[in-house]
Design a protein around this ligand. Structure first.
Ligand SMILES: [Zn+2]
Length: 385
């Protein structure tokens, strides 16, 4: 049975232990005692080194803890070191989670049903009602106030039968390890925690999302919160500089710019249609009728959208005895428009031409469009039209 040093001292970062068994060709080792935390209760496993071999994963096998290594080791005495930066970050997030869960419970009777600690942020899932913006602000304010009060955290071992006042009933039998925040919380937990709430550092709630019948609350604490705030500030500063305003004025100014851009876009589209109508009429006037009295015009562009040419085609064929073919090489597509008195059914004619080229499309008697697989097939469709 492995002695779990992290249960008693979560600040132990280097220790000497005996490799009592080396399995999997020496790549999995068992120690007589370990400070390496195995993935459990939402907190990821520690990394670090055992006798110079990197620890890739730590697995709780019940009685014993398995350490998976990058290079094989044999039995013997080993000096071990935990990646302290990573571990302390986990302690800040995990203690921060207990604090946040306790405050959500205390202020809003929202129960934490699960906890996940990821590489960039951590989440808790809450049951018991909706999480409104004011709920988030109030919880965050209260949690940070408890951080400023620098309350002690404690670890006590109590028998389940007599342990009382737990935030969440434990399904474990026998002795419970109870992590407490003075005057606020008692939770059964095997995780590694800081000594006092001040070490959690700033607590910052971020995204809120509905996940089935729970609300998932994303948060960052300590060093993560500072890094996140720095990244947010730098992103906001870049955006504010683009608009030549202060960060505080950014939302209002960005909204005004967006609204103005939408109005400009609408006006531009209206002008484009007016211009297309004008160009269509001009083009019609400049096009001589063929022997059958029909004015024909074909416009082929390398790339773009057929929509650009649709207004021109409609304007051209709004004049009598006319047909207009528009084509794009990329993506290979074609549009056919015909005046009402042209004797041409654009939809039927285009469908026939497309069918021979294995293309798809259709439309009304006045205007139709379609697409083919490649440029050579487009040539065949245009020839047919
Ligand atoms: Zn916990």
């Amino acid at each position: 049975m492995t002695e779990r040093l992290y249960y008693a001292d979560s600040y132990l970062r280097s220790f000497r232990a005996q490799v009592v068994e080396a399995a999997a060709g020496g790549l999995t080792v068992y120690l007589d005692r370990t400070a390496f935390y195995p993935a459990s209760g939402g907190q990821p496993a520690d990394t670090g080194s055992i006798a110079g071999s990197a620890v890739l994963d730590v697995v709780d096998e019940g009685e014993r803890i398995a350490h998976r290594l990058s290079a094989p080791l044999a039995a013997g005495v080993a000096d071990c070191a935990i990646d302290w930066e990573r571990r302390f970050d986990h302690m800040q997030q995990h203690s921060g989670q207990h604090l946040l869960s306790a405050v959500f419970e205390e202020l809003f009777a929202l129960h934490t049903v699960s906890f996940h600690l990821g590489a960039d942020s951590a989440t808790i899932d809450l049951e018991g009602g909706a999480v409104e913006p004011h709920t988030v602000r109030e919880t965050e304010r209260r949690a940070n106030a408890v951080v400023f009060e620098n309350r002690p955290l404690s670890v006590e071992f109590e028998d389940r039968a007599v342990a009382s006042g737990l935030r969440k009933a434990s399904d474990r039998e026998g002795t419970l390890r109870i992590v407490g925040i003075a005057g606020l919380d008692r939770s059964a937990c095997g995780g590694t925690h800081v000594h006092s709430t001040g070490e959690i550092g700033p607590v910052f709630i971020r995204k809120i999302e509905k996940v089935r019948n729970t609300t998932r609350v994303e948060f960052v604490c300590g060093g993560r919160a500072v890094r996140r705030a720095r990244a947010d500030f730098e992103a906001l500063s870049v955006a504010a500089q683009l608009f030549s305003v202060s960060v505080d004025d950014l939302p209002a100014v960005a909204a005004a710019h967006l609204e103005s851009a939408r109005a400009d876009d609408k006006a531009r589209r209206k002008l484009e249609l007016e211009l297309a109508a004008f160009q269509g009429r001009e083009l019609y006037a400049a096009t001589a009728p063929d022997a059958d009295g029909l004015r024909r015009h074909t416009r082929r562009l390398e790339r773009g959208g057929l929509e650009q040419l649709r207004a021109l085609a409609q304007s051209f064929t709004a004049q009598p005895k006319s047909m207009f073919v528009a084509a794009l090489n990329d993506p290979p597509s074609v549009l056919l428009a015909a005046s009402a008195d042209s004797g041409i059914d654009a939809g039927k004619l285009l469908k026939t031409a497309l069918a021979e080229a294995g293309g798809r499309g259709g439309g009304s008697a006045r205007i139709a469009q379609g697409s083919v697989a490649n440029r050579e097939l487009l040539d065949r469709v245009l020839e047919k039209l």
